[in-house]
Design a protein around this ligand. Structure first.
Ligand SMILES: [Zn+2]
Length: 314
């Protein structure tokens, strides 16, 4: 019902705007501890809404047509970050049912049984017994974990503090907190290399997201360059194909990544890169700093209105 409005706010051609959506996980069933990640049931209506209101293109094509001034009205692209196995098992079948293309940005270090530091913390808090969780040894304080709300508040606070720790220290502290709570070392949260090839063979676009998911702005340029390069080369070795798209980890321009990293990405042969600056992109956008936003609303009308408001912003 919103499609005419989307077309007015985002006309075809040289004044077109591109909406790029970010997702991370799509949970098989709702997880009370992760209310920010859509369940399969919620993603089903989101996909239907996107299919009805937008012309969803593969991101590579959308970025090229944005620059060429040939985008259709209400153009959009759908992206997923990090490489969760639920992208293949839950999200992809839903996208396919609705005829929607998707681009998946993979941090290669966590393929084949790895776990990202933030998931280590969430699992540690999930498993922690209902007594105050004492993380004073890590300089992270003490937290109540006697209910779902307090557990969410606890891991959110820890994630907020740990996010800008030095990269190696962050991984080490997260691992130690995980060990303290008995989080198993090996897990199947992320895709295997073979599952990634399956996703590619099914028609998904695969993009790079560095090797170990550092905040690039928090490390020296040589290390940042190597992280971007290693992620690309590893993915290309796994897929036997070139990788042309990149997503900056965390991705807030000026805080997490900068023009310097855009230059590195261009130098490494990528065609386009995406940030997490929450807006739409127009033809004057830098193709190495395309904006994306996370649709977090959990009712279809609010979700659609949020997408319309993004289009009105620029
Ligand atoms: Zn990421």
């Amino acid at each position: 019902m919103f499609r005419p409005l989307f077309k007015i706010l985002s006309p075809a051609g040289s004044s077109a705007k591109l909406s790029i959506f970010i997702f991370h996980r799509v949970l098989p069933a709702a997880d009370p501890l992760m209310p920010f990640e859509p369940s399969a049931r919620q993603f089903e209506w989101m996909a239907r809404l996107l299919a009805r209101n937008f012309t969803v293109l593969p991101l590579r094509e959308a970025a090229q047509r944005l620059m060429d001034g040939t985008l259709p009205a209400a153009a959009a692209a759908i992206t997923f970050d990090d490489g969760y196995v639920d992208n293949l098992e839950v999200a992809w079948p839903i996208l396919q049912r609705h005829g929607l293309p998707g681009t998946f940005f993979i941090a290669t270090a966590f393929l084949d049984g790895g776990r990202m530091w933030n998931d280590e913390i969430i699992e540690a808090v999930r498993l922690a017994p209902s007594v105050p969780l004492d993380l004073k040894a890590f300089g992270l304080g003490q937290y109540q974990v006697d209910g779902v709300e307090s557990r969410i508040a606890c891991y959110s606070a820890i994630l907020g503090q740990l996010k800008y720790f030095e990269h190696d220290r962050r991984a080490q502290v997260a691992q130690e907190i995980g060990r303290q709570s008995g989080v198993p070392e090996h897990c199947n949260l992320m895709m295997t290399s073979s599952e990634l090839r399956t996703l590619r063979a099914a028609g998904a676009d695969i993009g790079a997201h560095t090797h170990t998911h550092p905040i690039l702005e928090c490390m020296d340029d040589l290390r940042a360059f190597k992280e971007i390069e290693e992620g690309k080369l590893e993915l290309e070795a796994i897929l036997g194909d070139s990788v042309q798209l990149f997503a900056y980890p965390n991705g807030v321009p000026g805080r997490d990544c900068s023009e310097r990293h855009g230059e590195m990405v261009r130098h490494l042969g990528f065609e386009a890169a995406v940030t997490t600056e929450p807006r739409c992109s127009n033809r004057s956008a830098n193709p190495y700093h395309l904006s994306r936003f996370t649709p977090w609303d959990r009712t279809p009308v609010r979700f659609a209105v949020r997408c319309l408001m993004q289009l009105r912003k620029n």
